[in-house]
Design a protein around this ligand. Structure first.
Ligand code: ADA
Length: 557
């Protein structure tokens, strides 16, 4: 499955994953061996490649002719794509979508080969040895499409209220892949209204944008409690024939920052969330739809209303599930804990900005995403770092002015970048990395933000708080790493944060235990991040019930 709803009725689409592909490693003692593997997948989940760091090739054949478009939802972490032995595309970063068009394919059987590379090197500024795993593989779906001379590249819908009326801006991007000018009629149907752009001319080999604003009566809004979704159907008509289409989903909801609050449809948000890595002992980062849905059941059962996609854009099927179930999403570009030196890597800015562009292009319409985040715990305490944050926030504002933006800082009373975000967010670990009481630590930090930074008067949120607990490890003196210590600590932390008047929300670090890079073994028992409220097999720890009770009491406040 590629999305939880059908995105085309006219355009012919076929998922190429969801089947056996041939896998062969390009290095190591198994180099050249051939394996039949089910896809999507990470090679770390194959018994012979559990810690393989190198390149691996996935290939399969398919029948096609004419002009095709191949869309790769995620290849971890660097991809080189070959069709019939000829390189046709390359892409860096495991967590964003890329596509390629191949014209005039002769009718018959073709061979697609995707070479994935999960090695660390100076070329990779974002995938570095870290407190999470950079897997290797064909980790998200691959889709084959047949397209005509002009096709719909994307549609973005921006709902908003004006004088108590719901309106929406509809923006459609078309691409002409032929060398000559073409003319087409574009139609958008949404929420009972139809918008038509007649005689739309597109020069050869160019893209154009058409847009319009429409007003709507009697809409069913999207809110966490009542997540009503609408579809927008775009059709391209040429000589009275529909030659292409695209179906997307959106919700009538508006997110605003007002003083120290974030409002969704005029309601103040009170975030009670969890940070979640895409990580699983059987699937690596290539979680199947059912596993994502099962995670979300546990998160909802906990009484959480939000998930932070720490620390990268997520699989769109997870976002689809959150749209359908009213779970709010803080989605962020890919970065974790990069120092100023790391941020001075020659590729850092272009790679980080590319993730922002690809994340917003693909995820723009998801009503569940209420905020864009960037650069988790990077060098926001340095002048150079601040410049990078500034450039990335400007890029976000240019791509999407309809959502607030923020970054999660760990620079305790040394951050110099709070003039930039709409929302001030901190990751804190009182009673874990230091023995300060949570109330004292939080108040000390919050007062500093108000008195010493440009972040005063902005909404303030805790984007990480938690403690380690190893599943099944208990002892009478509740040492650190016992489930008892984790439960007691989380109780104190959550009470402190949720009773702090000017804190609008909390994300627990983290939903489940996750694999980390081998290089982190010395600070991570089991070479895992053990701060999950469930373990890697999603078995609830002692703290799960305590967090559940706290989140439920919070919801009545
Ligand atoms: C940081 C970081 C997380 C994780 C956490 C921890 O806040 O953002 O990715 O590493 O610390 O477990 O210490």
């Amino acid at each position: 499955m590629v999305r939880t709803f059908n995105t085309h009725k006219i355009r012919k689409q076929q998922e190429l994953t969801g089947s056996l592909w041939e896998f062969t490693p390009c290095q190591g003692e198994k180099k050249g061996n051939r394996y039949q593997v089910a896809t999507p997948c990470c090679w770390e989940n194959h018994p012979e490649f559990t810690s393989y760091r190198g390149e691996g090739e996935y290939s399969r054949t398919f029948m096609a002719e004419g002009t095709i478009r191949l869309e790769f939802k995620g290849v971890s972490h660097t991809a080189t794509v070959f069709l019939d032995g000829k390189e046709i595309a390359s892409h860096y970063n495991a967590y964003t979508i890329f596509s390629v068009i191949v014209k005039d394919l002769p009718k018959g059987e073709h061979t697609l080969t995707v070479r994935a590379d999960n090695r660390f090197s100076e070329d990779s500024a974002l995938h570095v040895p870290n407190d999470y795993m950079s897997y290797g593989g064909l980790s998200r779906p691959v889709v084959l499409e047949n397209i005509e001379d002009i096709y719909i590249s994307y549609v973005h819908v921006t709902p908003y209220q004006e004088e108590k009326k719901w309106k929406a801006k509809v923006e459609v991007c078309l691409e002409n892949i032929k060398d000559k000018e073409l003319c087409v009629c574009v139609k958008a149907e949404l929420a009972g209204k139809t918008i038509v752009w007649e005689n739309t001319k597109i020069l050869g080999n160019t893209k154009i944008l058409v847009n319009a604003v429409e007003e709507f009566e009697e809409v069913q809004t999207w809110t966490p409690k009542q997540p009503n979704l609408y579809t927008v159907n775009i059709s391209l008509i040429q000589e009275d024939q529909v030659i292409d289409d695209l179906i997307e989903r959106f919700g009538f909801r508006e997110v605003k920052v007002e003083g120290k609050d974030i409002l969704l449809n005029e309601e103040k948000l009170k975030i009670r969330g969890v940070c979640r890595h895409e990580d699983h002992p059987q699937f690596g980062c290539a979680l199947p739809y059912e596993a994502m849905a099962a995670d979300l059941e546990l998160i909802k059962h906990l009484g959480a209303n939000s998930v932070r996609t720490s620390h990268y854009p997520n699989d769109e099927r997870f976002l689809d599930l959150c749209d359908e179930q009213g779970i709010l999403i803080w989605e962020e570009n890919h970065a974790r804990g990069l120092s100023e030196e790391d941020m001075r890597n020659k590729n850092f800015e272009s790679q980080a900005e590319q993730v922002i562009e690809e994340m917003i292009l693909a995820h723009y319409n998801h009503p569940s995403i209420y905020i864009w985040g960037i650069l988790n715990e990077c060098a926001s305490d340095s002048e150079y770092g601040k410049e990078c944050y500034q450039k990335q926030f400007e890029l976000i504002k240019c791509l999407d002015s309809s959502r607030p933006h923020s970054f999660a800082s760990c620079k305790f009373k040394t951050d110099i970048s709070f003039g930039l975000p709409d929302v001030v967010s901190y990751n804190i670990y009182p009673l874990w990395y230091h023995d300060t009481e949570p109330e004292e630590y939080l108040d000390d930090l919050y007062q500093w933000v108000q008195k010493e930074t440009e972040g005063s008067k902005k909404p303030f949120m805790i984007t990480e708080i938690g403690a380690g607990g190893i599943y099944g490890y208990r002892n009478p003196y509740h040492a650190k790493w016992t489930e008892e210590y984790q439960a007691e600590t989380l109780e104190k932390q959550i009470r402190a944060v949720c009773s702090y008047p000017d804190c609008i929300g909390v994300y627990i670090w983290q939903f489940c235990d996750t694999r980390v890079s081998d290089e982190w073994f010395h600070v991570r028992p089991r070479t895992m991040n053990n701060k999950g409220i469930v373990d890697e097999f999603r078995r609830p720890k002692l703290c799960y019930e305590i967090v559940k009770k706290l989140f439920e009491t919070m919801s009545v406040e």
